[in-house]
Design a protein around this ligand. Structure first.
Ligand SMILES: *[C@@H]1O[C@H](CO)[C@@H](O)[C@H](O)[C@H]1NC(C)=O
Ligand SMILES: *[C@@H]1O[C@H](CO)[C@@H](O)[C@H](O)[C@H]1NC(C)=O
Ligand SMILES: *[C@@H]1O[C@H](CO)[C@@H](O)[C@H](O)[C@H]1NC(C)=O
Ligand SMILES: *[C@@H]1O[C@H](CO)[C@@H](O)[C@H](O)[C@H]1NC(C)=O
Ligand SMILES: *[C@@H]1O[C@H](CO)[C@@H](O)[C@H](O)[C@H]1NC(C)=O
Ligand SMILES: *[C@@H]1O[C@H](CO)[C@@H](O)[C@H](O)[C@H]1NC(C)=O
Ligand SMILES: *[C@@H]1O[C@H](CO)[C@@H](O)[C@H](O)[C@H]1NC(C)=O
Length: 841
């Protein structure tokens, strides 16, 4: 007995476009082929009606083509017939389709190798036959067809398929063998023309960092055929959610841009202007660029969806705003470019937000859905909706809280009476009546209720506020005080019994501090809520505070989000592209931070470093004793101690007061003993730059050369720097950088990379990005921050020859160097680590 199976299946989602079959409509002579009945899933035993009309002798074919994870375009069924009579009359034929059991049933004893299908396409085609072909030649098929049609069928995933209907019994031994040898089957990457570029919003800080995405050709031949067809008749749709915290701070900011393989802007380039308008630029088929502006004046603090649909030369931009109270407002903007727009999404890469060419805007971007083959009907819901609404609510709430706070501060400055008890009381009324100090009741009762805690905290810290003055960041500083109080309370909560009550008040305080712009509070909130430290786990709120911290460009918050997306933890979708967006930012900041620490006497382009990071990091702790001991040793001529002391004085680290002159004195003493090449190198750099000492290039160079002779690779690199920046001899400089690189200097490796990138070496004046990349990568693997930032950029775009895109590796590289950021650990140490140690394991 066999069962007829009916499947209702959601395994394969294809866009509605799929069914429109652009070229199926027929020829001017009236030829067509189409399906008479609608089939939508794979099923055992079914009939399809093929309707056709031949204007001349023809052959008609019906085929089932499947794609599996291993192979695409495998024809598993074909039926053909010819027609050389009665031309010009529509005809119809019913074809009985037979699907192989491997696509119908689950894996079992009878169906040993079921096929996990990525795609099942039923198609019909027609070719005209010439006189000599009738009856003979059967070569012509789908690819040569005059008219064709296709429809895709849904299949069930392996686990949901029925078992093969058993018809015979099986020997016990064979069954056992089967049980022992069966193994897992490979999974099928589902291929669709609808791509969710972002499923979770990306916090865009308004800088030059964004999410990079690339597309490859469809593996499915039918989809790919439709895509290449679109080169002549372009069609695509992009749907992007935005939440703006401000309009562009320059004339234009990037929202989505396509950078093509020639590093030019391809289509589309969607930007936000400084007046909140949307500018859309495209490249025409002849290479010319055209743009239009949609005067939208997009509102701030509102979720907005931009749907842009291109068809040949026309563009339609639909802007949907979510107004308070679930209302939506939709506006349409149309534009005709008068010529076909050029689209090729496999060329180059796409950037969401900012990139090195164009800054991003300040706010959130995503979810983003892209219809590679275009669609008039966009479904791209705001998701996860509750979290995003909460994010919106919190931003509005904080905005209001900042107003209330500013009012309060203003009143305090003008010496008005801000005490609520007095002003709200009977006596307050009397006082007002009798012309005492004016009351500062500018906020409503509702506000007083909602910002009760805020006002109370302000009251508590009146003295502090008076001391703050008019500084621009007074709110943040206020926030820091609240944060510090909260952290103290956390450590108390650990010990006391009433921990939970204490923790809930901590959360409230941190919320106020976060609104005031102290982002460590946002991050601490996120961490407490995501991990459920002392409070119930609340992923939604945790996500909201993670995003709020990151959008304000807080290093730790960026790193936190990068890590969560990299690993896919705590409900954050695993997505290396998003992780890269965050890590690229923190990586760049790490590089800048390091230069800041070195106090403006090292600039970004001069990759010579005095410091030894490891030593710096290990020497935190019991300061006084160490310093005393070092002084003692240094006085007695110990080079190591002299160097350490000099370094501390130069940096003002380890609690030592910064004193460049004293530092130079110790550097000189250690170097001029001519025994320690690294001391000589350090002092040489000071002499060359004239930092804290009179510039003396002769002596500086001499020391560098001696140090290099004594085996210092840093000195080799230093010589390169000397010839590059002071003597401007590119050839000689390159030789020294190369020597340093060969001897394992990461700065040397990086500098050789820069020379290859810029073509600075007169012997090789052409830029060689591939070579540069490999040097940057080698430097990065030795921990070079800028090397990691550069090589990760190349890896994430995959835009240079011979370097395939590898976002995973890009993220890893950046993560490693980001963790060297000096800002890390400072707060984590105080607040989180103790707490986590207590509550984990
Ligand atoms: C079928 O083809 C003939 C010419 O070959 C044409 O005149 C006729 O309109 C076509 N029928 C349909 C329904 O398209
Ligand atoms: C589209 O881009 C790919 C990758 O850069 C390229 O190989 C292809 O030739 C391009 N197609 C067209 C029609 O420009
Ligand atoms: C758009 O697509 C959705 C879901 O696929 C469908 O329910 C809706 O009817 C479509 N709308 C139009 C106008 O085609
Ligand atoms: C503010 O909170 C305090 C206690 O925290 C409460 O006594 C007071 O009634 C609240 N005020 C308003 C206006 O809600
Ligand atoms: C540089 O140092 C050398 C050696 O100490 C000294 O002889 C020379 O005068 C110095 N030159 C300058 C310009 O200070
Ligand atoms: C650096 O390496 C090169 C060859 O790799 C070698 O010839 C040279 O002596 C080395 N220099 C130093 C200072 O180690
Ligand atoms: C660029 O460098 C790579 C790797 O070092 C090398 O294979 C390639 O030949 C170089 N290209 C040119 C144009 O010099």
């Amino acid at each position: 007995m066999r069962v007829v199976l009916r499947f209702i299946c959601a395994a394969l989602i294809l866009s509605p476009v799929w069914c429109e079959s652009p070229d199926a409509d027929g020829t001017p002579y009236g030829d067509f082929v189409r399906f008479g009945n609608v089939l939508d899933s794979v099923m055992d035993k079914c009939n399809v009606q093929v309707q056709y009309n031949c204007s001349a002798a023809c052959r008609i074919g019906v085929e089932i083509v499947i794609s599996t994870p291993r192979r695409t375009g495998v024809t598993v069924y074909r039926r053909t017939w010819t027609n050389h009579k009665r031309f010009g009359k529509p005809r119809s034929r019913t074809v009985h389709l037979v699907f192989p059991p491997a696509v119908l049933y689950r894996r079992d004893f009878f169906v040993r190798r079921p096929l996990e299908t990525c795609n099942v396409v039923l198609r019909a085609w027609m070719v005209h036959l010439f006189e000599n072909e009738i009856g003979g030649n059967h070569d012509k098929g789908y690819d040569q067809s005059l008219v064709r049609t296709s429809t895709s069928l849904r299949t069930l995933p392996l686990s949901e398929r029925p078992a093969y209907p058993q018809t015979s019994s099986v020997s016990w031994g064979a069954w056992l063998m089967w049980q022992l040898t069966k193994d897992t089957v490979r999974k099928c990457p589902h291929e669709s023309d609808i791509v969710d570029i972002l499923t979770f919003p990306f916090a865009s800080t308004g800088e030059r960092f964004g999410v990079i995405h690339t597309f490859s050709s469809f593996r499915n031949r039918d989809l790919e055929w439709r895509r290449t067809l679109a080169f002549k008749q372009p069609r695509m749709t992009l749907s992007v959610w935005l939440y703006l915290l401000s309009w562009c701070s320059q004339s234009l900011c990037g929202i989505v841009k396509h950078v093509n393989e020639n590093r030019n802007y391809g289509s589309p380039l969607i930007m936000l202007s400084d007046t909140g308008d949307i500018v859309v630029q495209v490249q025409m088929l002849d290479g010319e660029e055209k743009a239009f502006t949609a005067h939208a004046a997009l509102p701030l603090h509102t979720w907005i969806r931009l749907d842009i649909f291109f068809q040949v030369s026309e563009a339609k931009l639909t802007i949907t705003k979510i107004l308070p109270g679930e209302m939506t407002l939709e506006t349409n903007h149309f534009f005709d470019f008068r010529q076909p727009v050029q689209f090729n999404d496999t060329s180059g890469y796409f950037v969401i937000g900012g990139c090195s060419y164009l800054q991003g805007f300040h706010g959130y971007i995503g979810p983003i859905r892209y219809y590679r083959l275009g669609s008039k009907n966009v479904t791209n819901p705001l998701s996860p909706i509750r979290m995003l609404k909460e994010l919106d609510r919190l931003h509005r709430h904080c905005e209001e809280m900042r107003h209330v706070t500013e009012d309060y501060l203003q009143a305090l400055r003008q010496n008005r009476d801000v005490s609520r008890d007095v002003c709200e009381s009977y006596y307050g009324g009397l006082k007002r009546k009798f012309g005492h100090r004016e009351c500062a009741q500018t906020w409503s009762w509702d506000q007083q209720r909602r910002f009760n805690l805020t006002l109370r905290l302000l009251e508590e810290h009146q003295e502090l506020i008076k001391g703050l003055g008019h500084s621009r960041r007074h709110l943040v500083r206020l926030g820091r005080v609240i944060f510090q109080d909260a952290v103290k309370t956390i450590s108390k909560a650990e010990e006391s019994d009433g921990g939970l009550d204490l923790m809930s008040s901590v959360i409230e305080q941190l919320q106020v501090s976060s609104c005031w712009g102290h982002q460590h509070s946002s991050l601490l909130l996120a961490t407490l809520l995501l991990a459920g430290l002392g409070v119930p786990v609340d992923l939604e709120q945790g996500h909201v505070y993670s995003l709020i911290g990151a959008v304000s460009d807080d290093r730790l918050a960026l790193m936190h989000l990068g890590y969560k997306h990299m690993q896919g933890l705590d409900g954050f979708p695993k997505d290396q592209n998003t992780a890269y967006g965050y890590y690229a930012n923190i990586g760049k900041q790490t590089s800048l931070d390091r230069d800041k620490v070195q106090d403006s006497w090292q600039t970004l382009t001069e990759h010579v470093h005095l410091n030894n990071d490891d030593e710096l990091h290990t020497q935190t702790g019991e300061l006084g004793d160490i310093v005393q001991y070092l002084k003692h040793q240094a006085d007695r001529g110990d080079v190591e101690s002299q160097k350490s002391l000099a370094r501390m004085l130069l940096w003002g680290s380890n609690g030592v007061e910064k004193d460049i002159r004293a530092a130079v004195m110790w550097y000189a003493r250690s170097a001029l003993q001519m025994v320690d090449p690294s001391a000589m190198y350090d002092y040489a750099i000071l002499l060359l730059k004239g930092t804290g000492v009179k510039k003396n290039r002769t002596l500086g160079l001499e020391l560098l050369k001696k140090a290099a002779d004594m085996g210092s690779v840093e000195a080799l690199n230093g010589l390169g720097w000397y010839y590059s920046n002071i003597v401007k001899d590119g050839r000689k400089a390159f030789r020294y950088f190369e020597l340093a690189a060969q001897n394992g200097s990461r700065d040397g490796l990086f500098n050789v990379g820069v020379y290859h990138l810029n073509g600075d070496n007169p012997d090789k004046p052409d830029s060689n990005e591939t070579a540069a990349f490999h040097y940057f990568l080698d430097a990065a693997q030795l921990g070079h921050v800028d090397g990691a930032v550069q090589s990760a950029l190349f890896l994430s775009t995959g835009s240079i020859k011979g370097v395939p895109r590898d976002p995973d590796k890009a993220v890893l590289l950046l993560k490693q160097v980001s963790e060297m950021n000096g800002h890390l650990g400072f707060m984590v140490k105080d607040a989180l680590q103790t707490y986590q140690r207590g509550s984990c394991c």
